[in-house]
Design a binder for this molecule. Structure first.
Ligand code: FRU
Length: 433
């Protein structure tokens, strides 16, 4: 047997090929199949990546009984595959956490980028709103570019009464961070398939009160550096980036070394976010089957890591990192998950992606007749998934209705004994929110 080639050690903890080679669908990690809801609350728009308006301590904000979410959206009559090119952030509000009202686009025309991608949102103690987003491309560009910069719109006024809630601008927009080319790859350094520097996620560490911004990035890997087994793997260089604000100012950020790298393993560690549970730090990302390096077989899923402190070092949950995935016969039914705490459990919200594909891969969808592409795309929030956490292990215990985002003060339906003990294979349908 050939000895393992000597490879350069990197400072940042890595999700290793050995760990990722243990990825497999199990009854703990496969979510139940999703059926379309009886009613589409916003039939004229498709929505996908979604985040909540939260306070500094990470809780979902409640304003006169209303909670607010933000989603990337596009007109429903546009081919779903084209939605990223025109993405616009809209806000939705709800009092019961299941019926969402469309408040319209959060920004007027002044947002940065030719379109806006995912982010996070903070309602600060002084009432200021910070909507973090990815400025993709440049406003007024003639041809779409894939430059990505981390941006914020700050300002805004929320007004709420029994009839609803509005958020009015103006917002002041600024670029917060651009990749430095050393810790975080610039677009021109990029050798892989899809460049990433995006998805800013505001987070305050409850143990230290440190104010942080997590984001999805790529680590520069020099050709011939010998980090991976071969050059092909080197193009799979996803990372979870982090920046800190020394004063707590939510617009003043300084890069730190990445929290985690997926070099040689996976190229997109998307929408990173952290949840603390039992004094442990759980770091979650979403990733796709096609962004795993050759030789590693992982499905579209929510992947997670755990550490004793925010800065790590992180170890994969369930040994491989896989926390939640779609059933084998509906492998693209949901994506872009966000985990949030609810009392003793974690809840996971994602969006209802492509379903009923009958064995087609995501890349094949563009070849279907347009009406089928529309018919097979959910474009709304998926049923919320309930997760039990126990140290380094997680287990799916149930599902709630489509788009259910409960506050911690709202009790959830009790989980049946038999499901708690051992998940029922036949668990179908969703408990109501
Ligand atoms: C995940 C994602 C995000 C990005 C958005 C663009 O679904 O790739 O990383 O912000 O989609 O639409």
């Amino acid at each position: 047997m050939n000895p393992e080639p000597e490879r350069r050690k990197r400072a940042t903890p890595r999700w290793t090929r050995e760990q990722a080679s243990k990825i497999e669908r199990t009854s703990e990690t496969v979510a139940p199949i999703i059926y379309p809801p009886t009613e589409d609350a916003a039939p004229d728009i498709n929505g996908w990546d979604t985040w909540f308006l939260r306070t500094r301590d990470g809780s979902i904000a409640s304003i006169d009984g209303w909670r607010v979410i933000f989603s990337l959206t596009a007109p429903a009559d546009l081919l779903p595959g084209k939605r990223h090119d025109v993405a616009e952030i809209r806000y939705f509000y709800s009092r019961d956490g299941k019926n969402w009202h469309d408040g319209g686009p959060i920004f007027e025309d002044e947002a940065l980028g030719s379109r806006q991608w995912a982010g996070s949102a903070l309602l600060d103690e002084d009432g200021q709103i910070y909507v973090y987003y990815t400025a993709s491309g440049r406003a007024d560009e003639e041809e779409l570019t894939y430059e990505q910069r981390l941006a914020v719109g700050s300002g805004g006024m929320i007004e709420a009464d029994d009839s609803g809630l509005t958020i009015e601008g103006p917002f002041e927009h600024e670029i917060l961070l651009e990749p430095d080319g050393e810790r975080y790859e610039r677009e021109e350094q990029y050798r892989g398939m899809i460049y990433t520097f995006r998805d800013p996620w505001f987070y305050e560490d409850p143990a230290t009160d440190e104010t942080c911004l997590l984001f999805e990035a790529n680590s520069p890997v020099l050709e011939g550096e010998g980090v991976c087994e071969d050059e092909v793997q080197e193009a799979f260089n996803g990372s979870v980036g982090i920046a800190r604000s020394p004063t707590g100012d939510p617009t003043d950020w300084h890069f730190e070394d990445p929290l985690l790298e997926g070099v040689c393993v996976n190229q997109e560690l998307e929408r990173p976010h952290v949840v603390v549970h039992d004094s442990q730090y759980y770091l979650f990302i979403s990733s796709h089957d096609h962004t795993f390096a050759p030789g590693i077989d992982g499905p579209d899923g929510l992947y997670g890591f755990v550490a004793d402190s925010l800065m790590g070092e992180y170890r994969p949950l369930n040994e491989s990192g896989l926390v939640l995935t779609n059933p084998e016969n509906a492998p693209y039914q949901a994506y872009s998950w966000v985990a949030f705490p609810h009392r003793e459990e974690l809840l996971v919200s994602g969006f209802f992606n492509y379903y009923d594909l009958g064995g087609l891969a995501l890349d094949d969808v563009a070849g279907l007749p347009p009406e089928e592409q529309h018919a097979k795309f959910g474009g709304m929030l998926a049923p919320t998934v309930r997760l039990a956490l126990d140290g380094d292990r997680t287990r799916i215990t149930g599902t709630l209705s489509h788009g259910c985002i409960p506050l911690e003060s709202e009790a959830l339906p009790e989980l049946p004994e038999e499901r708690l003990a051992h998940r029922e294979e036949t668990h179908r349908g969703y408990d109501t929110c």
